[in-house]
Design a protein around this ligand. Structure first.
Ligand code: APR
Ligand code: MG
Ligand code: MG
Length: 196
């Protein structure tokens, strides 16, 4: 287990901790940008109320609900759809650094990944922009992650240079590698350019 990471049981055993759950929803796609650049995958992130990019989800209360039920409740508010999230979709949890949250209790962030069909992802986007109660308030809009690099360097590198909440950026980068969504050398090139 990587440093900073906790086991799920260890995380839940911390009684004084606050917990937040977020999920990366994604699908495969055959669509091509400009009819020639493969988009490969649609990955959903959101522009948050604080101007930062992040994944949908939020605070959960393990004493009152399971992590997954709490996450589903947050998704209903933020995306306007009832999405069942399973314990097997749980990827990791880690303790947020003390400076990343204002309350005195420690925050543990749980990350989930859920693969969907392209039609389901489009439905989520539609509902998030229409029926979701948080639309225009806690969530300013859903965004797709560009995984390609255009001739003039557009795409993933400029996307990664935006500001992200908590460890959302590393959750995204780690997922791209783990799920084989991008060649490691292409990702490292984009990461190098995003730091400039
Ligand atoms: N990785 C790590 N930490 C994250 C991530 C992430 N990907 N996303 C969010 N966090 C942390 C942030 O510190 C965030 O404030 O988890 C906290 C809770 O997540 P939110 O999605 O912001 O929580 P939500 O329940 O949807 O929002 C409710 O939280 O920030 C407050 O007042 C704000 O009304 C808002 C309330
Ligand atoms: Mg919320
Ligand atoms: Mg949220």
């Amino acid at each position: 287990m990587a440093s900073g990471q906790l086991s799920r049981a260890g995380a839940l055993a911390c009684t004084g901790c606050r917990h937040a759950c977020h999920v990366m929803l994604y699908c495969d796609t055959k669509t091509q940008l400009f009819g020639r650049i493969p988009i490969r995958h649609i990955i959903l992130m959101q522009m948050r109320f604080d101007g930062l990019l992040g994944f949908p989800g939020g605070y959960v209360t393990p004493s009152e609900e399971t992590l997954e039920a709490g996450l589903s409740r947050e998704l209903l508010e933020e995306l306007g759809v009832a999405l069942p999230i399973l314990a097997e979709d749980h990827v990791d949890c880690c303790q947020a650094p003390a400076s990343s949250h204002s309350s005195t209790s420690r925050l543990i962030t749980h990350f989930y990944v859920k693969k969907m069909e392209e039609e389901q992802i489009k439905e989520v986007e539609k509902e998030a922009a229409s029926t979701a109660t948080d639309h225009g308030q806690e969530v300013l809009g859903m965004v797709r992650v560009p995984l390609y690099t255009t001739k003039n360097g557009g795409g993933l590198a400029p996307f990664l240079s935006h500001s992200f909440i908590g460890n959302a950026r590393s959750q995204l980068v780690d997922s791209l590698l783990r799920l084989d969504m991008i060649a490691p050398e292409e990702l490292h090139k984009a990461l190098g350019h995003s730091l400039k």
